[in-house]
Design a protein around this ligand. Structure first.
Ligand SMILES: Cc1ncc(COP(=O)(O)O)c(C=O)c1O
Length: 470
């Protein structure tokens, strides 16, 4: 009997590693012991179980409770994660052919949403903080300029917070977007926990966003794939949103997923809120301890960078002198059984949640201290990892759906890409369909590959080919 996935999962469980990665439940139960319920409660829409596509009973009540907890006018559960939630939200606030302004370091679901809805995109770039080599926030003035110059932009999409926990001044952005009578869609995939503590940045709904999508599973204790779409203002047509939810979501939504969203919300209204406060204190202590370790540097913000309005430090971004972020992440896993969320050339990201215990933080500090002491220095050449700014030649959907051919990446310079090239993590495209392949882009890709960063979207065993528009 061959069960490779199950075998892999059993192996992972057997490792019993310390989790500083998603999901936010960190392998723990909250209000119920799931083991006693699965698979018995995995059901379908039998009488009394309501229907996600036309909620009138228990699902309706559950979504209403979620809306109340998150301060929204209306909440819809997305059981295909924030990826599905973004497709739904984007299609609810646009019509095919509309133009939208996307923050360029968005997750690929935003670009895919533009393809699916045949939207024309205009990009705005976040700040690249040269002192720390980190992508930080959006400058609200840049957004205002774009909106002033282009009356056709219908929707502005913002990532808040970004993967590193950096938050732009969303309140001001919302004011600007509304001043020009446009719609603000916020990808708050990494910020579901904001609502539950005053010590965290304000939530996107509180900042005035019109529609918000959150990956509950990333920072709160719910199952992977569970997200919520929150409506913040009357600018969103709720009937259209419901139609779009029906269009994109399966007709057999998982009750385990929906119940898990509900449990996360209920937990956060009670015991979880206190646990979140405790974990924020643990994070603060951990940051202080890590900062004392020789070779270790943390990115907790930069007062000189005006694009950083707030920083969510439950995402601890750190680096060591003489060590790449990728190497630090690998050493922590291989030698100390601690798994981190992600790493790039410089940094490694410790993704904490309220479900991490004191012992997890203690193990982390001890491991980083030992790693800093015992790992020989290697050369980390200071380079800019600023994202290239590709030129759009044709609409993203045209290049995606049109004729394509595969060619050698080296020979593709000057051609139009028909696919994405995406480093994982963080899953942000370097180039999208419809954009020109440049020498600068190729060099950036080779640099990342050389540093051991996984690149998706290139073809062939050596990842040396790319699909271009024919
Ligand atoms: C900023 C951002 N948005 C959206 C997503 C997609 O979220 P999900 O995994 O819930 O589909 C991710 C996933 O990592 C993300 O980082």
């Amino acid at each position: 009997m061959k069960t490779p996935i199950l075998d892999g999962l059993k192996k992972l469980k057997g490792e019993n590693s310390v989790s500083f990665h998603m999901p936010g439940h960190k392998g723990k139960n909250t209000l119920i012991e799931w083991g006693g319920y699965i698979p018995y409660v995995d059901t379908t829409e039998v009488t009394g179980m309501d229907n996600l596509h036309d909620p009138r009973g228990i699902i309706k009540e559950s979504q209403e409770l979620a809306a109340k907890a998150f301060g929204a006018k209306e909440t819809i559960y997305s059981i295909n994660g924030t990826t599905g939630g973004i497709y739904i939200a984007l299609s609810a606030v646009t019509n095919p052919g509309d133009k939208i302004l996307i923050q360029r370091n968005s997750h690929k679901s935003m670009y895919n949403g533009a393809i699916l809805n045949r939207l024309n995109v205009e990009y705005m770039y976040p700040n690249y903080n040269k002192k720390y080599h980190v992508l930080t926030g959006m400058d609200p003035d840049d957004i205002e300029l774009k909106l002033k110059q282009d009356e056709y932009i219908k929707v502005v999409t913002i990532v808040y917070p970004n993967y590193y926990g950096v938050c732009s001044d969303l309140k001001r952005i919302a004011e600007i977007v509304h001043k020009y009578n446009r719609i603000l869609l916020v990808d708050e995939a990494h910020g579901s926990h904001f609502t539950f503590s005053d010590k965290l940045p304000m939530s996107a709904i509180e900042a005035g966003a019109d529609i918000v999508v959150q990956s509950t599973h990333k920072t709160l204790p719910s199952f992977t794939q569970t997200s919520m779409i929150h409506v913040g203002t009357a600018r969103v047509d709720i009937d259209k949103l419901r139609d779009m939810s029906s269009l994109y979501q399966t007709t057999s939504p998982s009750y385990l997923f929906m119940a898990s969203l509900e449990i996360a919300r209920a937990y956060m209204e009670g015991e979880g809120k206190e646990k979140l406060e405790e974990s924020i204190s643990l994070v603060e202590e951990t940051i202080k301890l890590l900062e004392k370790i020789e070779r270790v540097h943390l990115f907790t913000g930069d007062e000189e960078d005006h694009t950083i309005y707030a920083k969510d430090n439950t995402k601890i971004l750190f680096r060591l002198d003489g060590m790449t972020g990728t190497r630090a992440k690998n050493i922590l896993r291989e030698d100390y059984n601690i798994r981190l969320e992600m790493a790039d050339y410089y940094y490694a990201l410790i993704l904490t949640s309220l479900m991490n215990e004191k012992e997890d933080f203690e193990k982390l500090v001890d491991a980083v201290e030992s790693m800093a002491k015992n790992t020989p220095y290697e050369e980390v050449v200071p380079v800019s990892i600023e994202m290239p700014t590709p030129k759009i030649i044709s609409p993203i959907y045209e290049a995606f759906y049109g004729n394509k051919k595969v060619m050698d990446l080296r020979k593709s310079i000057g051609k139009i890409s028909a696919s994405y090239v995406i480093p994982y993590p963080p899953g942000i495209p370097l180039i999208c369909p419809g954009e020109e392949i440049t020498k600068e882009l190729c060099e950036h890709i080779w640099f990342l590959m050389d540093k051991g960063i996984e690149i998706v979207g290139l073809i062939g065993y050596n990842k040396d080919k790319i699909e271009v528009v024919d």
